[in-house]
Design a protein around this ligand. Structure first.
Ligand SMILES: *Cc1c(COP(=O)(O)O)cnc(C)c1O
Length: 427
């Protein structure tokens, strides 16, 4: 399989390792596979009954056809050793719980696959994965690359500005994970990382790569769970052609679903479920794309004002807005609605929902969706929102509680580009 960029069509025929280590194409576009392989759904259904990993291995084999099967098997079985569950609340509401991985957010599905694939594809010198985080991405990437040979991870986070739980997830691993706590803001962290990537002299001495959500190796494997969700939902309800509701921010998750549909997954379409950051739902109504500064909400992992994957979304529809409107419906809601949904879900079903997943629930309810919504994080990760809304505190899963109790180790660093440069050279 070769890859092409969404922008300059002369960027085509790019090999997997090159596309993966580049992240963003040199023309600023996003990589997509040159051809979309078609699945045998009978085979997918049989494999999904065996295990998620068996099913994922088949799909990964179609998409990454130039990677040896034994190698892919190692990547897939290593990455997907945790459960995935479709939970049926009642006849109308079912949710695919994607939060049973080590960091208890769906980003584990992309980050763990990416970590192992990067280790496999990197045949040269040591690679340094450099990433800035405001919380969730850093922990998923740190766990995804933990103990991957030939790779070191440097995570920059703003000191005192990530939740204690998020900090514990990034700073208690040790080994090849190097957390830096920056005396500054998330914007400082991002600026420092960008400056390192632009530093030609530094990059001659240190091999740097990024792990952000537009990277192909994080994006593609997110298509696999749509197949699994479909198979289990069909088995559970006896119905067919579901609509899948996707709580969205940067739209990597939803566009991965669009990829699954193009591979032959028989789903009707999607709902782009957003918080007050409603650029995409607005576009679907008005056909005007108006990127803007994000506003802060209680579902903060979805606070994105100019989603990077919008470009992939349009590309998958061949630039045809009407086709996109036929496939994806928009929905957005306020913080108040999210909080009352958390309360309602708890009162009706005794089920605690995190604020992001609650946006999915609301879309099912208000658009009268026949299908299921994705749950993207464990309620305990957002206890500060869930507890006041539901009136009870979510119980920390054992692995989170354990990380919370362990000693945190990170290095303090000034919010200066030069300080990061020095650290990378000395590391
Ligand atoms: C990242 C994230 C999202 C948004 O996913 P996108 O792929 O960026 O649309 C939703 N919920 C949670 C909990 C997340 O961490």
């Amino acid at each position: 399989m070769k890859y092409y960029s969404t922008r300059d069509r002369s960027w085509a025929g790019v090999a997997l390792a090159d596309a993966a280590f580049m992240g963003l194409a040199a023309d600023g576009g996003l990589f997509l596979p040159e051809r979309i392989p078609q699945v045998d759904m009978a085979k997918v259904e049989a494999l999904a009954k065996q295990s998620y990993a068996d099913m994922a291995l088949y799909l990964a084999g179609l998409l990454f056809d130039d990677v040896a099967t034994e190698d892919l098997e190692c990547v897939v079985r290593g990455a997907y050793d945790f459960p995935i569950e479709l939970r049926r609340l009642d006849e109308q509401f079912s949710t695919l719980e994607l939060f049973h991985g080590p960091t208890h957010a769906f980003k584990d599905f992309g980050a763990r696959f990416m970590g192992r694939m990067t280790g496999l594809l990197n045949t040269e010198d040591e690679l340094v994965v450099l990433t800035a985080t405001s919380g969730d991405t850093g922990s998923a990437v740190a766990h995804g690359f933990y103990n991957v040979p030939g790779v070191r991870v440097v995570v920059l986070y703003p000191e005192g500005k990530v939740s204690p739980l998020q900090e514990a997830q990034m700073t208690t691993l040790g080994g090849n994970i190097h957390p830096l706590r920056v005396a500054g803001t998330f914007d400082d962290c991002q600026r420092m990382v960008k400056s390192a990537f632009r530093d030609v002299a530094l990059r001659e001495r240190v091999r740097l790569t990024s792990a952000n959500s537009i990277n192909l190796l994080r994006w593609v494997p997110q298509s696999f769970y749509y197949f699994y969700g479909y198979c289990t939902w069909r088995k559970m309800t006896g119905r067919d052609m579901p609509t899948v509701v996707v709580p969205s921010g940067n739209y990597g998750n939803l566009t991965a679903g669009m990829l699954a549909r193009r591979m032959g997954l028989p789903i009707k379409g999607f709902v782009a479920a957003s918080n007050a950051n409603d650029v995409v739902p607005e576009f679907l109504l008005t056909e005007q794309y108006r990127p803007r500064k994000s506003v802060q909400t209680v579902a903060n992992a979805m606070d994105v004002g100019d989603p990077s994957n919008f470009e992939r979304m349009m590309e998958l529809c061949g630039g045809d807005v009407k086709a996109l409107q036929g496939e994806v419906q928009g929905y957005s809601c306020s913080d108040e609605e999210i909080e009352s949904a958390i309360k309602e879900i708890y009162e009706k079903y005794g089920y605690l929902s995190d604020p992001h997943s609650a946006v999915g629930y609301l879309a099912v309810k208000h658009l009268d969706v026949d299908g299921f919504y994705l749950s993207t994080a464990h309620a305990a990760k957002f206890g500060e929102v869930v507890e006041p809304a539901a009136g009870v505190a979510p119980v920390l899963p054992p692995s989170l509680a354990e990380a919370f109790g362990r000693e945190r180790k990170s290095m303090p660093i000034e919010a200066a580009d030069e300080a990061l440069r020095e650290f990378l050279l000395k590391m």
